[in-house]
Design a protein around this ligand. Structure first.
Ligand code: KE4
Length: 429
């Protein structure tokens, strides 16, 4: 692979864009090296500025579940653009996609569109706090809900102490209202509910974690969380920005059979354009402006172009009865192939998978939370990432990310991916 043009573009970008990127993970900081600049994408493939082609396992961090430049989405966006891109007034299109989304998502009455997953999660927390008149929230270490201050909090010294800011610019005043527990650890939650009775507005969780690599919930964990929230009068927020419309039509709520009080969405819902959303039963949503007093707003929320891309994506997912089993089968094929290549190679590894989310961790212990994910062999992961990239396989540039398979990947592509791993395996020793 040649990366000259990407290197030149990266140097130019760094002069006028912080770190040369508009989102930090794209800078390849954790894997090292120079990020590739993408010229275009189609189906399962990315084409970079140096003319290299890659099979894509990032799928834009989730949105491109149907594959890149999916014709019905492109057609919908082009046709819609002809009519103008944003009016600042309501359109029938917003009601149309809201209605289809609520048909696919179980258990929710209303949905509000915003422009990102961050906005969706930030708004969901404000709604929960306003509706319960409580101030504290619980989040889980390693779960990412976007870059709103309330979420950039790391665990305090002990499970029962307040969180502390995980980024400069986040105040201690904010941090004191975010409590941090370990994923898959029920004891932490029980302690926090005991320590802060009637103070916890909500627990926010990725029902299948995708920001520590892929980490499924342990058997019974979410059910117990649901019970503890009900027992303590707190709301359960499922952050389905990654899992929504990806794991099933109805996301993790459907796949895992657990009801959240508020669920947030993004990524797939926008089909590659900027869309986020949050949904809840009417008795919660009635508190939201302009119906109720809890304020939330956005100039481009529900804008026609993003709604058109999202609606075309949801329609394709809703009308294809096989897509989720197809995606799960392809992901299983990838898992099986990786295991075959790694068998007897004396390279400790774990594979976590749920639906079309999967991640490979170079460690011999089960990866069930942030700590176990962080103990993976980063050096080996970085060799693996660059080795695969040089073979034309584009994986997420961090061991703390999940892969997202798209429906344009064929079995042949999966087999090509597995063969690429076989070619580099000796370099991973
Ligand atoms: P956005 O604001 O990036 O649209 O969504 C934030 C968000 C919320 N909740 C979950 C579960 C998420 O995974 C995300 C964003 N995911 C990252 C990937 N780990 C986006 C990639 C990036 O930050 O560039």
């Amino acid at each position: 692979m040649r990366y000259q043009r990407s290197s030149i573009l990266f140097k130019e970008a760094q002069k006028i864009i912080p770190g040369g990127v508009n989102s930090p993970v794209r800078a390849f900081k954790s894997v090292g090296g120079t990020p590739i600049f993408i010229e275009k994408a189609k189906g399962a493939r990315l084409y970079d500025e140096d003319g290299n082609t890659y099979l894509d396992y990032i799928s834009s961090w989730g949105p491109m579940i149907l594959g890149h430049a999916y014709p019905p989405v492109i057609k919908a966006v082009n046709e819609r653009a002809e009519k103008g891109t944003s009016f600042g007034m309501p359109t029938a299109l917003e009601t149309e996609i809201a209605s289809l989304a609520l048909k696919m998502i179980p258990n929710m009455d209303k949905i509000r569109f915003v422009n990102s997953g961050t906005e969706a999660c930030m708004s969901a927390v404000r709604l929960a706090r306003g509706a319960t008149k409580r101030e504290k929230i619980i989040k889980f270490k390693g779960c990412y809900h976007g870059h709103s201050d309330a979420f950039l909090i790391q665990a305090g010294s002990g499970a029962m102490t307040f969180g502390s800011p995980s980024s400069p610019g986040v105040t201690q005043g904010t941090a004191k209202d975010t409590l941090v527990a370990s994923y898959n650890n029920l004891e932490d939650i029980e302690i926090l509910f005991k320590e802060y009775p009637e103070e916890i507005a909500a627990v926010i969780i990725e029902p299948v974690a995708g920001n520590m690599g892929c980490i499924p919930p342990k058997e019974g964990f979410l059910e117990s969380l649901r019970f503890l929230c009900d027992l303590n009068g707190s709301l359960l927020i499922f952050d389905e920005v990654m899992t929504g419309f990806r794991l099933a039509k109805g996301g993790a709520q459907e796949l895992l059979g657990i009801k959240a009080d508020i669920a947030t969405y993004g990524k797939v819902l926008g089909g590659g354009l900027p869309v986020g959303a949050f949904a809840a039963k009417d008795e919660i949503m009635k508190h939201l402006a302009p119906e109720g007093p809890i304020y939330q707003a956005g100039t481009l929320s529900g804008n026609p172009l993003a709604m058109a891309a999202g609606l075309a994506t949801l329609m394709a997912l809703h009308n294809d009865l096989e897509i989720y089993s197809r995606l799960a089968k392809k992901t299983q094929r990838l898992e099986t192939g990786i295991k075959d290549v790694l068998k007897n190679k004396k390279i400790p590894y774990q594979i976590n998978r749920m639906g079309s989310m999967i991640s490979l961790h170079f460690t011999d212990e089960a990866v069930v939370d942030f700590e176990t994910a962080a103990r993976g062999n980063i050096k080996r992961f970085n060799k693996y990432f660059h080795g695969m990239l040089n073979q034309g396989i584009c994986l997420p540039p961090s061991s703390f990310e999940s892969y997202f398979l798209n429906d344009a990947l064929t079995n042949q592509d999966i087999d090509e991916t597995i063969n690429s791993l076989a070619k580099i395996i000796l370099s991973l020793r």
